[in-house]
Design a protein around this ligand. Structure first.
Ligand SMILES: Cc1cc2nc3c(=O)[nH]c(=O)nc-3n(C[C@H](O)[C@H](O)[C@H](O)COP(=O)(O)OP(=O)(O)OC[C@H]3O[C@@H](n4cnc5c(N)ncnc54)[C@H](O)[C@@H]3O)c2cc1C
Length: 380
């Protein structure tokens, strides 16, 4: 059987891409290495994503509109989202649902770890480990196989550059940790992460606590242990998970016959490590470009142009934020202090929940700038 498109990887980016392609009548195969995969992930998604992709309510374990930012000195800023919330999902259920939607749209979903992708005539031949799936042929490829994408290696895409190593532990609620069950907490503290942040994300029956660093796997374990100690948690986690987060788009993520989407393309925003939204958007935009390519020979490059046009300002803004404020505890302290400002909160929530980059008025910009200088001089 020769498919029009083979999608490698069945996380959010691949599942959405396969669903969009199959809905348009494109013969599509989705190859996922493990249909029971539990992707290491905080599972925090913005309201805008839930609305745009019609995510059913039963998958949203919690809707949290209260968020706390904590500084190195222990200053806590509590923020309320006036018109929205962060949705908490559990990736094992979320990914399974998205794949089932792709299958419902007509995509063929198979389980197999892709071992090699080779050019063959005007398409590709895909082999899986132990020949779990008989060799598959496809005219085009969408690589949606995560941060360490095999597709990218075999098809010689430029490397995924900046990767954060992130670790998370899940704890069942107990009387000792019930206090964390209704608020998203973000810790900006060099002892927990010298270059990223720590998070506490409440789910329906457990807490997910994690941290990340641009350093090595060994370091993240030490940081995570310190975080749990600082929180005073003595309960044992029921799950430890770790994975890399690629927080810089590859120099190029399109070729003539293949594209990369989601983490495989490096589409996670700096500073906050948000990847699910960009995985799903790139899966959708990539699949739409693929449909035009197959039907009218439109260049696949249009996908990358469109993605960059829509989201490059957000990536740039967050890269600047990270490089300015995540350098030391003094700067983190002033960053948290600035979060107390209602205008800063409004801008943050608008850009997170709906990915709107609305420039602040000149008056607001001057006010934020002055507060910034004040906190930097004062050292808080
Ligand atoms: C600890 C941690 C916490 C995070 N928290 C958040 C968060 O709260 N909110 C947020 O928005 N983002 C978060 N992220 C980022 C987010 O998880 C990713 O950006 C997102 O999962 C990307 O989706 P994807 O479909 O591109 O890739 P993935 O979700 O990684 O999916 C790739 C899929 O490909 C499959 N695969 C890989 N190799 C092969 C192969 N050779 N053959 C076949 N299949 C293969 C994998 O099994 C997997 O199912 C977090 C990441 C980490 C590591």
């Amino acid at each position: 059987m020769r498919y029009d498109v083979a999608v490698i990887g069945g996380g959010p980016s691949g599942a959405i891409a396969a669903a969009v392609l199959a809905t348009a009548g494109i013969s599509t195969v989705l190859i996922e290495r493990n249909l029971e995969n539990i992707k290491p992930c905080g599972g925090a998604i913005p309201l805008g994503l839930i609305e745009e992709f019609n995510i059913p309510d039963e998958l949203i374990e919690k809707k949290l509109s209260c968020m706390r930012a904590r500084s190195p000195k222990g200053r806590i800023i509590e923020m309320q989202m006036p018109n929205g919330y962060v949705g908490m999902v559990r990736r094992e259920k979320f990914d399974r649902y998205l794949r089932s939607e792709a299958e419902r749209a007509g995509a063929v979903v198979v389980e197999g770890l892709v071992k090699s992708i080779a050019n063959s005539g005007d398409g590709f031949v895909i082999n899986t480990h132990h020949d779990k799936v008989a060799p598959l042929r496809a005219r085009k490829i969408i690589g949606a196989d995560g941060a360490n994408s095999k597709t990218a290696v075999d098809l010689h895409f430029p490397p995924n550059e900046l990767k954060v190593m992130a670790m998370q532990q899940r704890f069942k609620y107990s009387p000792a940790i019930q206090q964390f069950s209704d608020t998203v907490e973000i810790w900006f503290d060099g002892e927990i992460s010298p270059d990223f942040y720590g998070w506490i994300f409440p789910k329906a029956d457990h807490l997910a606590i994690g941290t990340g660093t641009e350093g090595r796997r060994k370091n993240v374990k030490i940081l995570q242990k310190r975080f749990i100690e600082k929180l005073g948690i003595t309960d044992e986690p029921f799950l430890d998970e770790a994975a890399q987060i690629p927080m810089k788009p590859r120099k190029s993520f399109t070729q003539e016959k293949a594209i990369l989407v989601g983490d495989a393309a490096g589409l996670v925003t700096p500073a906050n490590g948000e990847g699910i939204f960009f995985a799903m958007q790139s899966g959708k935009l990539g699949a739409e470009a693929m449909i035009k390519h197959l039907n009218y020979k439109a260049p696949l490059k249009d996908y990358e142009k469109e993605f960059r046009k829509l989201y490059a300002p957000i990536f740039f803004g967050l890269e600047v934020l990270q490089s300015v404020y995540y350098r030391n505890d003094r700067l983190r302290e002033s960053f948290v202090a600035i979060c107390a400002d209602k205008d800063v909160q409004q801008i943050t929530f608008d850009s997170y929940l709906y990915k709107k980059m609305v420039p602040a008025s000149l008056g607001t910009q001057i006010k934020i700038f002055s507060k910034n200088i004040f906190h930097l001089i004062k050292g808080s």
